[in-house]
Design a protein around this ligand. Structure first.
Ligand code: GUN
Length: 292
């Protein structure tokens, strides 16, 4: 039997409607409109598309958005100064520095310069540390979107074996931490596999829930998957013929119980969680500045 399709695009639209309502109530209660600044350095075509999609999504829910475009030759000092300026701007509640940065710029230093309450990507060491210690605040958008998709699809994670393929700070590590957490979308037994894992298929075959963020086109084949497993494909790649594919082969649909498509799976959920985080950041900053 073919896997059920996890329609991230449809779910994302429904959540965006909820967020639009919450933004509107927040604005009427506080007089503050949540604002997001996207910083795009250089001319990476994929980054340009991602940033355009994020800005469009802001506009659909009433979040104020600004784009800061900087040339590829921007220095570290210039980029840090821009982050400082946005940290001090009261109309900006979320700062997103699109990655990857051009070669020569120190990403970690830039990400740690963003005020932790404006860190809507959840990449600041403080926010990742809070997640690791069970006190999450702003959580990276892609893993948050995957968790939301699991919860809203009614998939049990408690007591099940989740295998995450990939150990990046953006997806793999925070995804594993979310699945480990106590509560909805968590309580799983978690294995993290990566490029140094021997016999990867023997590990992925143990997964009840398989999250693939390997960054390799269609690496996961049908015989890597346990029959009936939930398979979430975080990859996105452009093939030579111009079409898009993920890290999971379409043949997996004949084995899995659930499969998230590419495109139309995790991608729209990631953007939606950015909207969620921007509203949360605005709430946190508005509370922080309200006298007790
Ligand atoms: N590059 C790839 N994914 C992301 C993301 O989630 N946030 C940012 N800022 N850059 C990215």
């Amino acid at each position: 039997m073919a896997a059920e399709r996890m329609d991230g695009a449809d779910l994302a639209n429904r959540i965006r409607e909820e967020i639009a309502g919450e933004v509107s109530s927040f604005v009427s209660q506080t007089g503050v409109r949540p604002g997001l600044a996207a910083v795009l350095v250089g001319e990476n075509p994929a980054s340009q598309v991602y940033v355009r999609n994020k800005r469009k999504a802001c506009q659909t829910v009433g979040i104020h958005d600004v784009l800061i475009q900087m040339p590829a030759a921007t220095t570290q000092a210039e980029l840090l100064a821009e982050v400082d300026r946005l940290n001090a701007d009261p109309q900006i509640h979320g700062i997103l520095v699109q990655l990857p940065l051009p070669t020569g710029l120190d990403e970690l230093e830039v990400l740690d310069r963003i005020h932790p309450l404006k860190d809507v990507d959840g990449f600041h060491a403080e926010n990742l540390g809070r997640l690791a210690s069970g006190r999450p605040r702003l959580v990276p958008c892609t893993p948050l979107g995957v968790r939301e998709m699991l919860i809203r699809t009614g998939i049990q994670t408690r007591g099940r074996h989740a295998v995450v393929v990939g150990r990046s700070n953006i997806v793999g590590k925070p995804m594993a931490l979310l699945l480990l957490q106590k509560g909805p979308g968590g309580d799983a037994t978690v294995t993290v596999a990566h490029t140094a894992t021997p016999d990867l298929p023997s590990v992925t075959r143990q997964a009840d829930i398989l999250v693939v963020a390997a960054g390799r086109p269609e690496i996961v084949q049908a015989d890597w998957v346990k029959p009936g497993a939930v398979v979430i494909d975080v990859g996105i790649h452009r093939k030579a013929d111009g079409s898009l594919c993920g890290d999971v082969s379409p043949a997996v649909a004949s084995v899995a119980g659930w499969l998230s498509p590419v495109p139309g799976g995790v991608g729209p959920m990631t953007v939606t969680m950015l909207l969620h985080n921007t509203l949360l950041a605005a709430r946190l900053q508005t509370q922080a500045s309200t006298p007790a």
